[in-house]
Design a protein around this ligand. Structure first.
Ligand code: ATP
Length: 260
């Protein structure tokens, strides 16, 4: 297996270690509907069995070590387990077996990360920064920079419910990246921005890496991954197919999609 550039350095300092990680979702595979009295009655009338629990094995025995300064693109087809892996690293999903060890606190920045939709962008910036542990004085100091980075403009005074999904994602990224994270997990947030915002975000991620952070980036845009990351992990139906220098992994992935 190829070795990514930061891994080959003798000073490599691990920040995330996944050790034969398995994540299994348990879902109710009923005949539709929730477990209400009406659906139970319908089941009885139709003489159907109780809904069964189905397991979705989303991440299968995945192992890797991420180091300080790594920006790792996580690539793969729809449903290959990318978002699941990120949520597991963030500690939001319990492993069915195996483990994830993290040195530092991972912050997950997802497109669906909670923002208060009824509040203005302005209030969300303040609340988001406070929630990340900034002091009120620090929030005040960083405020202009965050709003400028987001490129939201005058919309900052309007409720977030009036934002397009791209605008909301930009503001979230601007808030999250205002802080130095030990481990920043970014799920598709960059895909929603326009070209100019993407360039700025890529620069920001590079800055975070330079500050000795580790970044994981889930993206369907192989271009974004190649521009931003030094390393890539390719997931295929939950299995780690390849882990190595970004160019090599992306090329192998493209070759496989052409072949298949
Ligand atoms: N909350 C959930 N409950 C049950 N199954 C889930 C849940 N979330 C994801 N899955 C399943 O786990 C598998 C991996 O999904 P995941 O969202 O991690 O893939 P992904 O690679 O991020 O996909 P995409 O590229 O489409 O965003 C899929 O089979 C999906 O159906």
């Amino acid at each position: 297996m190829a070795v990514a550039d930061s891994m080959s350095s003798s000073t490599a300092e691990p920040t995330v270690i996944a050790d034969r990680l398995d994540i299994i979702y348990k879902v109710i595979a009923g005949q539709g509907g929730k477990g209400t009295a009406a659906t139970a009655l319908r089941r009885i009338l139709k003489r159907q069995d109780r809904p069964t629990i189905r397991e979705v094995h989303a991440v299968k025995s995945v192992s890797f070590t991420a180091n300080k300064g790594d920006a790792i693109g996580v690539i793969g087809r729809n449903g290959s387990g990318k978002s699941t892996l990120l949520r597991a690293i963030a500690g939001l999903l319990p492993p069915a077996s195996g483990a994830v060890y993290t040195g530092g606190r991972p912050s997950l920045l997802g497109v669906n990360a909670a923002m208060m939709n009824d509040l203005t962008g302005d209030r969300n910036v303040v609340l988001g920064c406070l929630a990340m542990g900034m002091s009120p004085a620090e929030v005040q100091r960083r405020y202009d920079e965050i709003v400028e980075f987001s490129g939201i403009g005058d919309f900052i005074d309007l409720p977030m419910s009036t934002y397009s999904s791209g605008m909301a994602a930009r503001l979230k990224f601007a808030i999250a990246s205002a802080k130095t994270h030990d481990i920043l997990l970014v799920d598709e947030a960059l895909a929603t921005g326009d070209a100019e915002f993407r360039v700025r975000s890529e620069r920001k991620i590079k800055e975070l890496r330079d500050q000795a952070g580790t970044v994981f980036l889930v993206s369907h845009s192989l271009e974004v991954v190649q521009e931003t990351c030094n390393r890539a992990i390719w997931l295929d139906a939950g299995v780690l197919r390849l882990d190595g220098p970004v160019k090599e992994v992306v090329e192998a992935y493209i070759a496989s999609t052409r072949a298949g």
